[in-house]
Design a binder for this molecule. Structure first.
Ligand code: PLA
Length: 505
């Protein structure tokens, strides 16, 4: 906030101000009392003229006074809290970022090679066109749809390089807002936290379809289908192409077919967010099969891609938005409008990461190496998943079935821990995670699995009982907060002396 400032400025041409802008007043300077004229040009800055001397007095009130403090981001804010903790056992399972077994960030060898080649070749730093690097746009569409997909040959895909997955989703949201006024986007419940922000900021109305069933710790397929059927005709249905975030639960190939049937019947538009291609199964092709199946049906499809995870290009902000249209003419028009939206937002996208992607995918040897590294990363996460399950099963003597950990795929495990239990994970065990109960297995090492299992078992079994009996004399407000939270997000079942909290979507 600005402190009070008294400045002596040159004479103010008060004569040039209209009479209603000048107000007569008095100025006290120490013991002397002087006449002055107050100019009411700025309510926060009082300019005082004494003869040829004018004094600007900035008041203590900031013009940004009405702006309140924003809460920390539920995902990226976790990393900030983690950094501030000095405990030696602390573990960051918040953001979905791949770490080595030593829990260090990982730059893919193939990215280092591509970097070196680009350096040797000598890159210029000219602006890219608004739609991004042409070589990148070509390979990114081919990676997603398959190089020999007819939609590519027929030039029916409008591809624009976006600011990674988030920026690409935002472009599509703006397109929807501009050309499908009033149309709703249906998002899964739960979904990646930022989806709601993206559509809110773009002023696109959204509602949720059922996705996660806490009772089976699996997909609520019937609920999902019913909600998609009930949506107003022509809605956009946001689908996670693979490795659903946060649940790690994907539909089976048969279920995907049924989802496509319903979307087609209702004339909805499928909108894929595919941020983990290659990370779910280790295969780029297998992970794109949901998107390709919709396209093979002749449907118009929107798909946002990200290279943050599969190439580890997080901070390079590399991704794309693809709109598959029923004609090349429509695709050209859509692309022109996407460019029109991008230009005032950020003008044009970053070049270096786009060149990395284009050179890796465009070179058979590097492409092979990338696939091998992606398999290695996906494999490490699967190993950690197995070890966590083994540790939970052997340490927990309650008979609880932890097999959901193995059934989930991708970077995350959705533990079903409620907010109070998540708080216990962080406050007592220094395990940093999002409050929806999601843990990023990509941030876990084999060596830390037992520690994590101890933390989960403690939080799962002891913490609800602690709240229920208040044996630790928790402050009343704390209990009320947890009770309110439970009312809204949890189903509370009391059996005998125990209290079980079941996660509800
Ligand atoms: N879509 C989904 C489903 C995601 O999970 C993420 C990233 C993105 C898009 C966007 O990623 P990008 O902009 O980096 O390409 N989700 C992370 C990070 C990994 C985040 O929240 O930004 C997560 O921890 O959920």
């Amino acid at each position: 906030m600005a402190s009070s400032v008294l400045s002596l400025a040159s004479a103010t041409p008060s004569a040039s101000l209209s009479s209603h802008e000048i107000e007569k007043g008095k100025l006290n300077l120490g013991n002397s009392s002087l006449c002055f004229k107050k100019e009411k040009t700025n309510p926060f800055m009082k300019t005082k003229s004494v003869g040829r001397i004018s004094m600007a007095v900035a008041s203590n009130v900031s013009r940004f006074e009405a702006i309140t403090m924003a809460p920390p981001d539920p995902i990226l804010g976790v990393s900030e809290a983690f950094k501030a903790d000095n405990h030696e056992l602390k573990l960051n399972l918040g953001v979905g970022a791949y770490r080595t077994e030593e829990l260090q960030p990982y730059v893919l060898d193939v990215v280092k090679k591509a970097d070196k080649l680009l350096l040797e070749k000598g890159e210029n730093r000219e602006y890219l066109p608004i739609e991004g690097l042409a070589a990148f746009n070509k390979v990114t569409a081919e990676l997603l749809f398959g190089a020999d997909n007819p939609v590519i040959k027929q030039q029916r895909v409008a591809t624009v390089q976006g600011l990674s997955g988030t920026g690409s989703l935002r472009l599509a949201a703006a397109l929807i807002e501009r050309y499908f006024s009033g149309a709703k986007v249906l998002i899964s419940s739960p979904t990646w936290g930022n989806h709601k922000n993206i559509f809110n900021d773009a002023r696109v109305p959204w509602s949720e379809y059922r996705y996660y069933d806490p009772k089976t710790v699996g997909l609520d397929f019937e609920g999902m289908i019913a909600d998609i059927k009930a949506a107003p005709e022509g809605s956009f249905i946001l689908l996670h192409g693979c490795a659903h975030n946060p649940t790690g639960i994907d539909p089976t190939p048969e279920q995907w077919e049924t989802i496509a049937d319903v979307i087609q019947e209702k004339n909805h538009i499928p909108f894929f967010d595919i941020a983990y291609q290659g990370f779910a199964s280790g295969s780029l092709d297998a992970d794109a099969s949901s998107v390709r199946m919709f396209v093979a049906r002749g449907m118009e499809v929107i798909a946002a891609q990200s290279y943050s995870k599969n190439l580890g290009l997080y901070a390079e902000r590399i991704g794309a938005i693809n709109v598959v249209c029923s004609s090349s003419d429509a695709a050209a028009r859509v692309k022109s409008q996407l460019k029109r939206i991008a230009r005032p937002m950020y003008s044009n996208p970053p070049v270096h990461g786009a060149r990395i992607v284009a050179s890796i995918v465009g070179d058979a040897t590097l492409f092979k190496e990338w696939n091998a590294e992606m398999e290695m990363m996906a494999g490490r996460i699967m190993n950690v998943r197995q070890k966590l399950f083994d540790s939970l099963s052997s340490k927990d003597k309650s008979g609880k079935d932890w097999s959901f950990v193995l059934k989930q795929i991708g970077m995350f495990s959705f533990t079903g821990l409620n907010k109070a239990q998540c708080d216990n994970m962080t406050n007592k065990w220094h395990v940093y995670m999002t409050k929806d109960g999601r843990i990023s297995l990509a941030g876990l090492s084999l060596a830390k699995c037992e520690y994590l299992a101890d933390a989960i078992i403690d939080s799962y079994h002891n913490f609800p009982l602690m709240v229920a009996s208040n044996k630790d004399h928790m402050p009343l407000l704390f209990l009320i907060e947890n009770a309110l939270h439970s009312l809204t997000t949890h189903l509370c079942l009391a059996t005998d002396a125990q209290v079980y909290w079941l996660w509800e979507s």
